[in-house]
Design a protein around this ligand. Structure first.
Ligand code: GDD
Ligand code: MG
Length: 355
């Protein structure tokens, strides 16, 4: 069996104002009836999967319980981080706790903010990845790139994927996290790279060995935080003292870029990281004029524009707009050029500085 480890400690600042510090995007119903977190948990439940572990911040522990209960999923464990220290520490903690419970278990690390519309196909790719993970490989999942995205990791293939883009594991030559635009353009043109889906399959022993080799400080601090953790009512509260010492670094930089036992399984199904408003626009099927209007929103002579009103009582109207993101909530309104979607996080930082 495979143990899902769901990461949901991110703050999703690029999706302000829908995503807030107190209620980040993964818990919001951004698209459809359930939250992205719920969709992620559901995708990895059922045959072949053990009960999930969830790693999150203290503020979100009850949201996690509630949203899982609504799906009738009982978590194996909920790990609580005293503060967000990025994915290397979160994954290391998840691996240590799982290793103590079941040595050598296979863990599937899954972000909770992705859209994967075909769960059956995704589960088949995970199954295809299992033998490599059992053999000690760190398995990544590769998405066919269609733009020079600088917000993703890029995976260098050793051979071009077949025409069907079938989920056949192959050795990964190199891992490049968040290249600059010139580099991303070159990787796209070269045709030998896939995007890193941000989903990983490995055994607890393989990933802990990789931490020992490439990020020993992170391993030592995380071990201390796990050993001094408090357990109460199904929560594992990682110890704040050692946790505070941890470097803020993602698994991609801390381990993946440095490891030499990487495998990639191409994934041909649809996948999207709903990281910013441009992605939300793209994923909501823009009409022939490129318009997405949700809630009480009306577009007149607009092109390539997202108009989203979250309040039934608040009309949002756009006239003659091109490449605009407009999101209206009762207490906040965002209006931005679509190409500047990444900069929403700067706005959040500025608002925070203002207090
Ligand atoms: N528990 C916990 N604690 N979760 C965290 C933390 C943390 O401190 N920081 C981030 N996460 C969660 C986020 O909620 C998200 O679900 C996931 O970990 C990935 O973090 P992101 O911050 O969204 O990473 P990214 O999108 O910039 O990059 C990663 O994903 C890309 C694909 O979506 C990388 O793995 C890239 O290589 C990859 O292409
Ligand atoms: Mg992301």
């Amino acid at each position: 069996t495979i143990h899902p480890v769901l990461l949901c400690g991110g703050s999703g600042t690029r999706l302000w104002p829908l995503s807030r510090k107190s209620y980040p995007k993964q818990f919001v119903n951004l698209m459809g009836e359930e939250s992205l977190f719920q969709a992620s948990a559901k995708r990895l439940a059922g045959d072949g999967f053990a009960a999930p572990s969830v790693i999150t911040g203290a503020d979100f522990r009850f949201v996690v319980i509630e949203q899982l209960a609504a799906l009738e999923i009982a978590p194996a464990d909920i790990l609580i981080e005293p503060s967000a220290r990025n994915t290397a520490a979160a994954i290391c903690a998840g691996a240590l706790v799982l290793e103590a419970r079941e040595p050598g278990a296979l863990m599937l690390v899954a972000p909770s903010d992705h859209v994967i519309p075909d769960p059956a196909r995704f589960r088949a790719a995970v199954e295809a990845a299992a033998p490599a993970a059992e053999a000690g490989q760190l398995v990544t999942f590769g998405i066919r790139p269609d733009r020079p995205e600088t917000g993703y990791g890029w995976l260098e293939l050793s051979e071009a994927p077949d025409a069907e883009f079938s989920a056949t594991p192959q050795p990964l030559k190199s891992f490049v996290e968040k290249p600059d635009l010139a580099k991303a353009e070159a990787l796209l043109d070269g045709g030998m790279h896939l995007w890193n889906a941000g989903i990983f399959l490995f055994s607890t022993s393989a990933i802990l060995d990789a931490f020992a080799k490439h990020a020993p400080e992170t391993l030592a601090q995380t071990k201390a935080a796990v050993e001094a953790a408090e357990r109460d009512l199904g929560f594992t509260r990682l110890a704040a003292g050692p946790w505070a010492q941890l470097e803020d670094i993602s698994i991609d930089y801390a381990v993946m870029e440095r490891a030499d036992n990487l495998t990639v399984v191409p994934y041909g199904g649809a996948w999207s990281d709903l990281g910013d408003w441009q992605a939300v626009w793209r994923e909501q099927n823009p009409d022939a004029n490129g318009i997405v209007a949700t809630g009480p929103a009306t577009a007149i002579d607009c092109r390539d524009t997202l108009l989203q009103s979250t309040d039934e009582a608040q009309e949002l109207v756009g006239i003659g707009l091109e490449n605009i993101i407009a999101v209206a909530m009762p207490d906040a309104v965002l209006v931005a050029h679509k190409d500047r979607a990444q900069d929403v996080k700067k706005a959040v930082a500025e608002l925070k500085a203002k207090g």
